[in-house]
Design a binder for this molecule. Structure first.
Ligand code: ATP
Ligand code: MN
Length: 465
């Protein structure tokens, strides 16, 4: 159906030209002068288009006076310079055709302000609210900016598999996948354990927690690649920062060390902040006014910020001097808690911080051993307000060291034969990182809960839609 999106109509100054628009009613107001004002939104942008409907319309009594929030319609009319404040243009309708009525007594979004908790229960309708319209458009902008950034740097978009037989982090928290009858699992007569040879893939299979290991194989052929896909973690923790299904962006770069990795992470983050600032002004203004005061200023500051870089040793030293400020006392060997990360970014450096070279005990098996024998070439990027946004590392490219580490951790090198092959055949230094996409959307919208920046959140006991 030929129509113009409201975003383009609002930007037009072709007064007198006829436009056809289509969307959902936000409000209707009837004037004494014999016409109604209908605020129409079609999702193309934050603002509504004001449609002026005169009582001469044949369906004025029967339909226009029964337009309520949520009704869908198409309208054709002339673009007119608006005499009233609040909008530059309005549409004087020659005809309005109702698509679908919407009973105000039953429509869940009829009332004014509705809590985010309640909106989660009507997740299929919440994109029609101002807030979720903003979040959706900002999410889209960040996704496109991600592709633009990596494509402009010569990275190839790589699709990692979702089903996997390997556990990237080597640390539980995985969803198992099977087609076997859970009430009647075939058992191996000798061991008495479930016989996965009879399962669909012939072995235990999980949903992926990260596409990194597979991305490494393609980086070690194409040079630089990035994933952008869903990952799954069965974390029981019910926090405002964790989802069971979330999207991750994982660049992997051949012929790169930890400093190169950090450079790309910095450039990428600045590119994201710049993209939302330039492309989502209206949405950000709303978020700034209604969701988080100071959001625009914070993003603008970060778009040009220089990132501080410190070692884990230095971080522990700084934190130890202020141990009284923390619930968890910092000490060498312990992972940084959220309160430590925020303290570094907010109080000490007043901006983003990259912490490098963590103790090997608290990091994954594939991270490159440093010469000190105690630390690995890992980095976390910390932002004010949220703490960790990116985790990355230079990967261990030396076969003997990697195999040794896998054994040390009680894992079986045989399960990683193809990953180890990269180190057997033309091994190269390489590095990469992972950014949790929803954490970024949350940061750029000011939304308090990560469940409200993904269309259909998956979390413990949350899967209605
Ligand atoms: P955290 O300590 O916050 O649980 P992590 O150390 O488990 O994070 P990584 O394994 O390094 O995280 O994953 C890379 C990135 O993915 C993180 O920096 C974060 O942005 C994001 N992330 C991790 N787990 C989740 C989750 N459950 N939901 C949403 N994003 C996540
Ligand atoms: Mn985690």
């Amino acid at each position: 159906m030929k129509h113009t999106v409201i975003k383009d109509v609002l930007a037009s100054r072709d007064f007198g030209q006829t436009f056809t628009v289509a969307g959902w009613v936000r409000t209707r107001r009837d004037s004494k002068g014999g016409f109604s004002f209908v605020e129409l939104n079609d999702g193309s942008c934050f603002d509504n288009l004001q449609i002026v409907a005169p009582q001469e319309l044949p369906n004025y009594e029967a339909e226009i006076l029964k337009l309520y929030p949520g009704c869908s319609l198409t309208a054709t009319g002339k673009l007119v310079e608006s005499p009233a404040a609040g909008q530059a243009v309005e549409l004087h309708a020659d005809s309005i055709t109702l698509f679908g009525a919407c009973d105000p007594l039953k429509y869940p979004l009829s009332k004014g302000r509705i809590s985010f908790e309640r909106l989660r229960e009507v997740a299929h309708l919440r994109p029609r609210t101002n807030t979720f319209g903003c979040v959706s458009r900002i999410r889209n902008c960040l996704a496109m900016a991600t592709h633009k950034f990596f494509q402009s740097r010569g990275f190839y978009y790589f699709n990692a598999p979702i089903f996997t037989a390997s556990d990237c982090e080597g640390a539980g928290e995985m969803f198992q996948v099977t087609t076997m009858d859970l009430n009647n699992m075939p058992k191996d007569p000798e061991t008495g354990k479930v016989d996965f040879k009879q399962d669909f893939f012939g072995k235990p299979v999980n949903l992926t927690v990260s596409g990194q290991l597979e991305a490494e194989t393609y980086a070690c052929a194409l040079g630089s690649v990035y994933t952008f896909g869903p990952t799954f973690r069965a974390e029981k923790s019910n926090t405002s920062r964790h989802l069971s299904e979330f999207w991750m962006i994982e660049p992997e770069i051949a012929f790169a060390d930890l400093n190169d990795d950090a450079d790309i992470a910095e450039d990428y983050l600045r590119a994201l902040f710049n993209a939302v600032i330039t492309e989502c002004q209206d949405d950000l203004k709303f978020c700034d006014a209604r969701i988080e005061k100071g959001l625009l200023e914070r993003l603008t500051r970060l778009a040009t910020a220089k990132f501080a870089r410190i070692t884990y040793d230095e971080a522990i030293e700084i934190l130890s001097k202020n141990a009284d400020a923390f619930e968890f006392k910092p000490y060498w060997g312990a992972d940084l808690q959220s309160e430590h990360e925020r303290y570094l970014a907010e109080k000490v450096f007043n901006g983003p911080v990259i912490v490098m070279n963590y103790p090997k005990e608290i990091k994954a098996f594939y991270m490159r051993a440093n010469d000190d024998g105690k630390t690995v070439a890992a980095m976390d990027v910390l932002l004010p307000e949220v703490g960790e946004i990116i985790g990355g590392s230079q990967r261990e490219e030396r076969l003997d060291l990697l195999e040794g580490r896998i054994r040390e951790l009680g894992m079986d090198p045989a399960n990683y034969w193809w990953y180890l092959d990269l180190r057997r055949f033309g091994s190269v230094p390489h590095a990469g990182f992972g950014l949790g996409f929803e954490r970024m959307v949350r940061f750029c919208t000011g939304m308090g809960n990560i469940r409200d920046v993904i269309p259909y959140p998956r979390a413990p006991r949350e899967i209605e839609f």
